[in-house]
Design a protein around this ligand. Structure first.
Ligand code: GDP
Length: 170
């Protein structure tokens, strides 16, 4: 099936979104030394369309440089493997330098990218989200991974951009 990768810096709410999406985890894979939680993988479905989801966790202890390299590695892996990428950012923090770095990597990618502005828990934050146009990745979708509001619209968009797969011969 199609693969969706959830990317973004730590604390934006990737895991919260992943857990909402995926009821049953398949495995925790790709363990690198020192990494407590690296990537979560699971299956999900929306509007009758099935897809796999990779949550690129990527926590690593070490210097800022190591940390940035790790985020970069996660994003590059996701770009390679995924059919569509959900780039999660956080309206509470706005655009951080690390978000800008990730956006720079993603701007070179031809695969579908959806910018998902998380933690939009109230109307004021809807307004705050406007700054994410500055990522240079076009339209964004606002949602709250915590409450679930907006996740329907986000998933509508996700399945809309997924490539049609040829039917599987039985
Ligand atoms: P990750 O590191 O990107 O996987 O982020 P987590 O899913 O671990 O979430 C980081 C923090 O943000 C946690 O304390 C979450 O409870 C919080 N969080 C996640 N989604 C939301 C949201 O929609 N609204 C608010 N206010 N907090 C959220």
């Amino acid at each position: 099936s199609n693969i969706i990768a959830i990317v973004g810096r730590p604390n934006v709410g990737k895991s919260t979104f992943f857990n909402r999406l995926v009821q049953r985890r398949e495995a925790i894979v790709d363990s690198v030394s020192g990494v407590t939680r690296d990537r979560n993988y699971g299956k999900s479905e929306w509007n009758g369309k099935e897809f796999s989801v990779i949550d690129t966790g990527g926590y690593i202890k070490g210097s800022e440089d190591v940390f940035e390299a790790e985020i970069r590695r996660q994003v590059e892996l996701a770009i390679d493997e995924a059919d569509a990428i959900v780039f999660v950012v956080d309206v509470e923090e706005g655009i951080t330098p690390m978000d800008a770095e990730v956006a720079k990597l993603l701007r070179k990618v031809t695969k579908p990218i959806i910018v998902a502005v998380n933690k939009v828990d109230n109307a004021k934050r809807e307004n705050d989200a406007l700054e994410f146009y500055n990522l240079g990745l076009g339209e964004y979708i606002t949602f709250s991974a915590m409450s679930g509001s907006g996740t329907g619209e986000l998933l509508d968009k996700v399945v809309e951009v997924l490539p049609e797969l040829p039917p599987v011969d039985e």
